[in-house]
Design a binder for this molecule. Structure first.
Ligand code: GLY
Length: 360
């Protein structure tokens, strides 16, 4: 016997990304009036909590008894199966219902693990992202990719679960340590390279001001990166095709991060990935030499080129890449540049050519 189960699910998952200065104070009203959860579970990390405890208490929690707060250790180590287990138990202890929600306040680690928990607790509850780092503001908070790391590679366990709302308040960036700031610039460089030639030209023109943390220039690029990402995710939320362009620089970058046991900051690993995958684009995908030089110049100018890949042999990197999700059968898929502002997906490249690009 065969029973056909027709299942054509269409859901409107649209959400707002609110961007600005000093807007965190608006979140309380948005949570309580717009989403009206019976419980709002804030997840943050020690760094953010130490810096912003008063702000969270005064501007978000106030005298409402709906809010609970859970603080995890800061750092990529927290994006682990162990922290996931601990958090699951802590959240279940709070007796959430399907009308509860999670509010993630922090960088990519807090956002990714909180989103993952929101997707599995009671088979899915709502969550809000309040990204506090550049990487989280321009990339990881947007688009509903959630996940945790395993010893093999990044984000191998995860889900697609879109947030209900994202609040990007530039004021959080004022407390970012400079290294974290630079690491964030790498993700902006990636966004511009794949889809915004004019944004990349702006970065070239004002790189000095951006290095000096002149806010107004950075904010323009953050907005451009968010717009780019939102457009891509809207067209391909579950990475069936177009969204793969966002993986530019990440095939090599993730392997470097995983091999370093996540000690190397995401952005610096991605900067290495951008350099290697741009060279690969030059030798296999007709990226012009002029564009290659421009990319190399800007990565150097922003002091993102730390030559980290020399610490890892190509064979170890290649072995890590075989765990990556960007793999079909035995082939490793790259998203490669055709020109600055234009990226192409599903480019499989031989191991020999990847090695040449890695060692160039
Ligand atoms: N960080 C890549 C993506 O969201 O697709």
């Amino acid at each position: 016997m065969k029973i056909h189960l027709p299942l054509k699910v269409k859901k409107d998952l649209s959400y707002q990304i609110q961007i600005g200065n000093n807007i965190f104070k608006d979140l309380r009203k948005i949570v309580l009036s717009k989403f009206n959860p019976d419980k709002a579970i804030i997840i943050t990390d020690e760094n953010v909590f130490n810096l912003y405890e008063q702000k969270i208490e005064n501007e978000l929690i106030g005298n409402s008894s709906k809010f609970e707060i859970i603080v995890i250790a800061a750092g990529e180590e927290s994006k682990s199966q162990q922290t996931r287990d601990e958090l699951e138990n802590k959240i279940i202890d709070l007796k959430p219902t399907r009308s509860s929600m999670i509010i993630a306040i922090g960088g990519g680690v807090v956002g990714d693990i909180s989103g993952f928990l929101a997707s599995v607790i009671l088979r899915g509850i709502r969550y809000i992202q309040v990204p506090t780092t550049i990487i989280a503001q321009v990339d990881s908070s947007i688009g509903g990719k959630t996940g945790i790391n395993t010893k093999h590679s990044k984000n191998l366990i995860g889900t697609f679960h879109q947030p209900s709302f994202i609040l990007v308040d530039f004021d959080f960036l004022s407390t970012l340590p400079y290294e974290e700031y630079l690491s964030g610039l790498a993700e902006i460089v990636k966004s511009l390279l794949i889809a915004s030639k004019s944004g990349f030209e702006y970065l070239e023109k004002f790189s000095e001001k951006i290095l000096n943390r002149e806010e107004i220039y950075l904010q323009k690029l953050i907005k451009e990166s968010i717009r780019t990402k939102a457009q891509i995710v809207a067209k391909d939320p579950e990475e069936k095709n177009l969204r793969k362009v966002l993986n530019f620089g990440h095939t090599i970058g993730h392997a470097i991060e995983a091999l370093s046991n996540y000690k190397i900051k995401h952005g610096f690993a991605i900067a290495e990935g951008i350099l290697v995958e741009s060279y690969l684009s030059f030798i296999t995908n007709k990226l012009s030499e002029v564009d290659l030089f421009r990319i190399q110049y800007i990565v150097n100018r922003l002091t993102l080129d730390k030559n980290l890949r020399k610490e890892f042999s190509f064979n170890d990197i290649y072995e890590k890449m075989t765990y990556d999700k960007k793999k079909t059968g035995d082939q490793i898929n790259f998203s490669l540049l055709r020109e600055i502002g234009k990226c192409e997906i599903n480019k499989t490249v031989s191991k020999e050519l990847i090695e040449i690009a890695y060692n160039h």
